[in-house]
Every structure is written in structure tokens, then in C-alpha cells.
Design a protein around this ligand. Structure first.
Ligand code: HAM
Length: 416
């Protein structure tokens, strides 16, 4: 029978990959908490309409990359491609802003997009993210970007650049869009098919085209940041001033646009040269008004970001900052004739004392067990001998026989 494999672009995570992904999440979670965010969990399945209304039908994410299907009752469901819309729905559904008009959420979990898989791009991937609701002031954008920078800093990623732009608001964007569409129509023969398609459906996205020849044409295109109304301009200045005051590095990118429709004003991306085509590690921005499109108050301000957890993990590994895979504190190995029950009692005591314990209590020979210890690289291991004594091994060196309790206590002491 043919062996079964995971779905293309959906990875099994185990060993160091699973533990370091968890560690990246833990770092982000801890930092988000410092910024006043509470952890939330929303379902992985949502109604398709949620993303059509918020992310937008003309975007690649909704138009091309959704895992959508019809449920038995005829409703259209999908695997979530991102979490901002889900958190917004949750906030509206549960009236979370009723008692307190401000709410900061943190989330970590899997997202699904049917993209072409490559390094750093998967069909099931993970994000950690935050969404701040009810804070219209530029200081919230600054706090959000500062949190993104703190996560990058905690992972030792110092080559990541924060790019900052603005896509305007419903006041100024229609006139900018009109100018851009006129430009794109004028240059149509020089542009790729995709840009020509996007001219009518999603013209701002054209600016993000990967084709070098299109990018040459766009040198003369009207840019979002040059076309802001006064309110958006003041907001943008406020964000830049706040970042300057915090001493956070950023680069203003006048042509920065995002692949999701809900953004208003501030957009930002933290990019790196180290992941090939997948340069964005963290991305986000302001999305005032999104609550309106999911049935809530149109007047609520919101800003947030999401980081690709695998991308953070890949970069952290390249930077040699992978502290994530913490081995057990101690390994217990029994001699072939040792009573397993005695080892279990010892392990129970150690675990109650807070130590992480792994063991090989099988009937395998000492050689096989020593090999196992070498493979899992335990600095401390306790060999329980058949005569009731124990030998402590520290980094492969055997010490003299002591009582099992003493060996365990000694073994649990840090080597350094
Ligand atoms: P996004 O730019 O679509 O934004 O995704 C955010 C991050 O998720 C990307 O920068 C990237 O690191 C990671 N990512 C996206 N697609 C993939 C993939 N196929 N494989 C691996 N990683 C991927 C959002 O999702 C917005 N919800 C961000 C946001 C939150 N805006 C405001 N609040």
C-alpha cells in the first residue's frame, strides 16, 4: 500500500522545529503581555464571508488562496488565512468593548493559504500577532511597532528593517486610486498581465509587483504617501515622531502597500534579505473601521501586526540565536536487571521537584542506552545499577558510585 504523506505545504513539526516554534511563541507571548495584551483563541474554521468582507474579495489571499468548502448545512466555511478578521469578529460578537473601550489581544496559531510552497512559505503556517482596539492615536501605532521590534530584538535579529508607509483613508484614497488607475492605464502596454488585471480590481497592489520591468515603470507612478489628506499626514508625522523618540530605526517606504484591503493610514513591514523572496517577517498596520465590516461600530480604531512564526524561527536559527530547544534536566537509565519501579519512584520525585526528566527503562543493553544518551546529548545522566547504587555521568564522564538519590541531586545541579 502506498504510504500516506502530509498535504503539500503542510508540515509535521517535531524535535527542534516544534520546540523552537513554541519558544518563539513564548517570547512573543511574554512581550505582548508586557504591552498589556491578553491572549485570545479564535476558531480555525470561520464563515467565508468574514474574510470576503474584511480582507477583500479582490485580494490574492481571498480570491486565490482560500481553503473554502461547503458545510453539510450548505454554509460556506473556510480555514482562516489570517486572524485579524477573526479577532475583530470576536470583539463584536461578545461586545468586548462595551465595558472597556480599549482592548489589546495577542494570538498564536496556525493559518492557511494555498500559496506555492517554498522556503519560508507554507500552506499551513503559524502567526503570532497582536490587535489593539479603541486607540486612534498614533502612539498606539508606535507601541505596536515597538513591540514588533522588541520581539525581533529578543530573538537577536538585528538585520531586520522596519519599513513604514501609509495607504491613506476613505477621504484621500479614492482620489489617489483614481490618479493611480489613470497612470496604470496610460502605461498598460509596458506592464505585465497581472498588473493590467489589478488596474481595475486592486490597483494599489500593482505597486508591489515582483517584475523588474514593471518596477521601472513605477518609478514615475503617483505614490500613496505623497497623496495623503491632512489628517493622514498628521497621523503619519505622529508615528514617525514617536518612533524617533523611542530611538527605533525605520525606513519610510513611500510605495509600501499591503496585500489585505482593510488597512487605513499606517502600514509597516519588517523585512530581511535572508529569506530569499519571502522578505516580510512581520507585517501590520492600522485598520480603523474594520469592526464596521464585521457588524460592529465603524467608528472603532484598531491597529496590529502578525509575524510569520516559522520565518522568525528560520531567522533566529541563522542568527545562531536558537536557545529554544532545551533538553531535559536529567536522564535516568537503568541497568538491565534494575527494578523499573525504583526508577519510576525516583523520577516521580524529581519531576515533583520541577525537573524535566527523560528515561530509558527498557531491557536494552548498556551500550544501546549509552548511545541513546549520546544522541539526545544529555549533560547529566544517572545510571541505576543492579546492586542498588547509581553512577552519575556528567558530559559523558562517569563519576563514582553513589546512592540513587545523591546521583539524582548531583545530576540536577547545573554544570556551569
Ligand atoms: P500578512 O502580511 O498577510 O498580514 O501576514 C503576516 C506575516 O505572516 C507575513 O509577514 C509572513 O511573515 C507570514 N506569512 C504570511 N503568509 C505566509 C505563508 N504562506 N507562509 C509562511 N508565513 C507566512 C496578516 O496576516 C495581517 N493579519 C497582519 C495584521 C495584523 N495586520 C494588522 N493586524
Amino acid at each position: 500500500m502506498a504510504s500516506l504523506r502530509s498535504v503539500k505545504g503542510m508540515n509535521d513539526l517535531f524535535g527542534v522545529e516544534a520546540s523552537s516554534l513554541g519558544a518563539v511563541e513564548a517570547i512573543a507571548r511574554q512581550l505582548a503581555k508586557r504591552w498589556g495584551a491578553e491572549e485570545v483563541r479564535t476558531p480555525i474554521l470561520e464563515k467565508l464571508d468574514l474574510f470576503v468582507r474584511s480582507v477583500g474579495e479582490a485580494t490574492d489571499v481571498v480570491g486565490k488562496e482560500m481553503y473554502a468548502f461547503e458545510d453539510k448545512d450548505g454554509s460556506s466555511l473556510c480555514l482562516r488565512p489570517e486572524a485579524t478578521a477573526s479577532v475583530a469578529r470576536m470583539v463584536v460578537q461578545h461586545g468586548i468593548l462595551r465595558d472597556n473601550p480599549r482592548f489589546r489581544a495577542f494570538y498564536a496559531g496556525p493559518m492557511f493559504r494555498r500559496e506555492r510552497p517554498q522556503k519560508g512559505r507554507y500552506r499551513q503556517f503559524h502567526q503570532v500577532g497582536v490587535e489593539f482596539f479603541g486607540e486612534p492615536d498614533p502612539s498606539a501605532d508606535v507601541e505596536v511597532i515597538a513591540l514588533a521590534a522588541a520581539i525581533l530584538g529578543a530573538l537577536g535579529l538585528d538585520d531586520v528593517v522596519v519599513e513604514l508607509g501609509s495607504v491613506g483613508c476613505p477621504e484621500c484614497r479614492p482620489s489617489y486610486r483614481k490618479k493611480l488607475v489613470e497612470f496604470l492605464r496610460r502605461e498598460a502596454v509596458q506592464l505585465c498581465d497581472l498588473c493590467n488585471q489589478r488596474t481595475e480590481s486592486n490597483p494599489l497592489r500593482s505597486l508591489d509587483c515582483k517584475s523588474a520591468s514593471c518596477q521601472v515603470v513605477f518609478q514615475d507612478a503617483p505614490l500613496p504617501l505623497d497623496s495623503l489628506c491632512e489628517t493622514c499626514e498628521v497621523h503619519q508625522m505622529g508615528v514617525e515622531k514617536g518612533l524617533d523618540q523611542l530611538g527605533l530605526d525605520y525606513r519610510v517606504n513611500k510605495r509600501l502597500v499591503r496585500g489585505l484591503d482593510y488597512y487605513r493610514r499606517t502600514v509597516f513591514e519588517c523585512t530581511t534579505q535572508k529569506l530569499g523572496a519571502q522578505s516580510a517577517v512581520i507585517a501590520g498596520g492600522r485598520y480603523d473601521g474594520l469592526l464596521g465590516s464585521v457588524g460592529g461600530d465603524e467608528g472603532v480604531a484598531a491597529v496590529g501586526f502578525a509575524a510569520g512564526t516559522e520565518r522568525l524561527q528560520l531567522l533566529a536559527r541563522e542568527a545562531g540565536a536558537e536557545a529554544a530547544h532545551s533538553p531535559a534536566d536529567i536522564a535516568i537509565v537503568t541497568d538491565r536487571n534494575q527494578k523499573v519501579e525504583e526508577a519510576l519512584v525516583l523520577m516521580q520525585g524529581l519531576r515533583s521537584a520541577g525537573l524535566v526528566v527523560v528515561a530509558d527503562l527498557s531491557g536494552r543493553g548498556r551500550k544501546a542506552k549509552t548511545k541513546w544518551l549520546g544522541r539526545i546529548a544529555h549533560r547529566h545522566s544517572v545510571f541505576l545499577e543492579a546492586d542498588g547504587s547509581a553512577r552519575l555521568r556528567v558530559e559523558g564522564m562517569e563519576t563514582q558510585a553513589v546512592s540513587p538519590e545523591a546521583a539524582a541531586i548531583l545530576g540536577a545541579l547545573p554544570v556551569d
